[in-house]
Design a binder for this molecule. Structure first.
Ligand code: FE2
Length: 178
């Protein structure tokens, strides 16, 4: 049976630098969705050079990057009163490091083991100022019953191919974030 830590895992480490960066640069972000005209979700993808600048200037992300190289960062917007239906991420992203930028909003990120038996739904318990390692390989869905929801997400170079969930938890849990 699917358990919380199969789906998400809280990661220590200060989030204030990236939160401030997102606030300061929000107006320059360009949200777009290549897959649909329906404005349910869209992303601002950071250029590679920007990702490097963000990572090197962030005390937490720079430590993480030393053990698991961060290859890509983006901000996802989910429109108000919208539902991103059940899916797993394809092509594979592997474990994602997520930070919910609008934690006070009424929104839910849910996991299920299968689409046939939904008797064991797990909610990703995002908290303010806390990174969460998020298992994109499990079927998930996001419901936003509020104003637009924003999430910062970082992906790892090894994630697309050979980074498995238990190893990602172990590597990021062993970092001294102080
Ligand atoms: Fe997803």
């Amino acid at each position: 049976m699917l358990k919380d830590d199969d789906c998400y895992f809280p990661i220590n480490g200060n989030t204030l630098t990236i939160e401030q960066y997102c606030k300061d640069n929000f107006n320059s972000f360009n949200f777009s969705c290549p897959h649909s005209d329906f404005h349910v979700w869209s992303c601002h993808h950071f250029e590679y050079d920007t990702v490097r600048d963000i990572v090197l200037n962030d005390p937490t992300l720079s430590k993480i990057d030393k053990v698991l190289e961060i290859s890509h960062c983006f901000i996802m917007e989910i429109s108000k009163n919208s539902w991103v239906g059940w899916h797993f991420d394809y092509p594979r992203k592997g474990p994602a490091l997520n930070l919910l930028l609008t934690p006070s909003h009424r929104s839910f990120s849910l996991f299920t083991e299968t689409l046939y038996d939904m008797s064991n739904i797990i909610e990703c318990q995002y908290k303010p100022h806390q990174y969460v390692l998020y298992n994109t390989d499990h079927i998930h869905s996001i419901i936003n019953l509020d104003e637009p929801r924003y999430l910062f997400s970082a992906l790892f170079k090894r994630g697309k191919t050979n980074l498995v969930w238990p190893e990602a938890i172990q590597l990021l849990s062993n970092i001294d974030y102080e």
